[in-house]
Design a protein around this ligand. Structure first.
Ligand SMILES: *Cc1c(COP(=O)(O)O)cnc(C)c1O
Ligand SMILES: [Zn+2]
Length: 425
């Protein structure tokens, strides 16, 4: 532990910054990224060493920025990779998989991965208070993990967040501050607070470490496919960090010889009501035009995404594409995934599911290719999105005759099946 050599480096000019709480280059303002000396890892990171590790993200610890002396004990990640046969039939896909982070431990979203890596570093840097600007899931995860580590947490969110995401933060005892503004206002404020208060903000001054946690979803996909890379990945985009880090994960696995090289294509998914990255991809831009978010997919509602330009460029480079879907399509996407695969996802997963279906119908993904669609959060957190979809039916008297009458009225198909089996006269 801690013997891996890594440090922060500027994405644009390559300047090194060692290891410290800093997210942008002081010369070109580009995002900093953790770079590893892969040679120092070779031999300690093989299919065998991974298989011998725990069944969670820490099996990949050699490729995570984990400070000296940090003993991971939260079993985060290693979520199921499900073959989606029923959904595949519906959308015209023979080899569709879903990566189900709706059941990520401990707070039921992919954010648990990034937070566990960020907080390990927050502790090493000596921060007594941690925080984040959040569209919801990050708030839940920082609050829960800080509670367990015994660190104070102060979390800032846009005031219109879903009630379940607010409750899922407060229950852990974190200080939650609702800001009268959208995520981009909240984020700017957090940048100022981080400097003024000397707090560790997981997605501001600790962002390079936080972002590395996303790689684990890529390592898991490759391992769960039997140490093979997929042909395509469909990824929900908010700040644009996860999609880039999955590619970084695949490249590291190729460089270290755990998987064979493949030109994986990356597809981004956004809501039309907040689609700065998909818009940029469709225009062929290498920059982003910020938008004012207006969508039920609040976890993806970042109008000025920090990694947006890099994500857009990367998607185009891989020969992928990005799409965005309406709020109505998001709700249908949630229902379709639940009805086909028994997985209840939040609005972000509705976005990914609807975009995946569209990519097949557009012919951008062909049916035989191995495609992984990323389901990043849990439907129990955004039940308000389904309001009015399932009105309560009238209550039935506890009598067989009453049940008989009722079921014939509302769903005669259930009765005809019984009649065929000789069950009902
Ligand atoms: C944060 C988040 C994402 C995407 O995050 P990036 O900022 O693009 O890395 C996707 N889905 C859910 C549910 C999220 O909370
Ligand atoms: Zn620089």
């Amino acid at each position: 532990m801690g013997s891996t050599v890594y440090e922060l480096r500027c994405n644009e000019c390559g300047k090194s910054f060692g290891n410290r709480p800093l997210s942008a280059c002081d010369e070109c303002l580009a995002p900093l990224e953790v770079q590893y000396d892969l040679e120092s890892v070779r031999g300690r990171f093989t299919r065998e060493t991974v298989a011998a590790g725990p069944m969670n993200i820490w099996r990949y610890k050699e490729l995570l920025p984990i400070p000296e002396g940090f003993l991971p004990d939260l079993p985060v990640g290693f979520t199921p990779l499900l073959r989606a046969k029923n959904l595949g039939k519906k959308v015209g896909a023979d080899n569709l998989y879903i990566k189900n982070d709706a059941v990520c431990f401990p707070t039921l979203s992919f954010k648990d991965r990034v937070v566990s890596v960020a907080l390990a570093n927050a502790q090493a840097f000596g921060f007594k208070t941690v925080g984040c600007s959040s569209t919801g899931n990050l708030a839940n995860s920082v609050a829960a993990q800080a509670a367990r580590l015994g660190i104070r947490a102060c979390i800032l969110v846009p005031s219109d967040l879903e009630p379940a995401k607010i409750l899922n933060t407060l229950v852990y005892g974190a200080r939650l501050v609702r800001i009268d503004g959208n995520y981009d206002h909240v984020n700017r404020l957090c940048t100022l607070i981080a400097d003024e208060y000397n707090w560790g903000f997981v997605n501001v001054n600790l962002r390079p470490y936080y972002a590395e946690g996303s790689k684990t979803i890529g390592y898991e996909i490759a391992e769960q496919l039997g140490w093979k890379l997929p042909d395509n990945v469909v990824v929900p985009m908010a700040g644009g960090s996860m999609i880039r880090k999955i590619r970084k994960a695949f490249r590291e696995l190729v460089a270290l010889g755990l998987v064979e090289h493949k030109d994986v294509r990356f597809f981004g998914a956004q809501a039309t009501g907040c689609s700065p990255i998909s818009h940029s991809v469709k225009q062929g831009w290498d920059y982003i035009e910020p938008q004012r978010p207006n969508t039920i997919a609040r976890s993806l509602a970042i109008g000025n995404p920090a990694d947006g330009p890099l994500a857009s460029k990367m998607i185009q480079e891989t020969g992928g594409w990005a799409e965005d879907v309406s709020d109505v399509e998001i709700v249908s996407g949630i229902q379709e995934l639940a009805e086909c695969e028994g997985v209840f996802t939040e609005t972000a997963g509705g976005v990914t599911t609807a975009v995946t279906a569209r990519l097949y119908s557009q012919g951008r993904i062909s049916r035989d290719q191995v495609t992984v669609s990323i389901i990043s959060g849990n439907g129990l957190k955004t039940t308000d999105a389904l309001e009015g979809q399932y009105p309560a039916e009238r209550a039935v008297k506890p009598k067989l005759a009453a049940f008989d009458e009722y079921i014939r009225e509302v769903d005669a198909s259930l009765v005809s099946e019984l009649e065929l089996a000789g069950g009902v006269q």
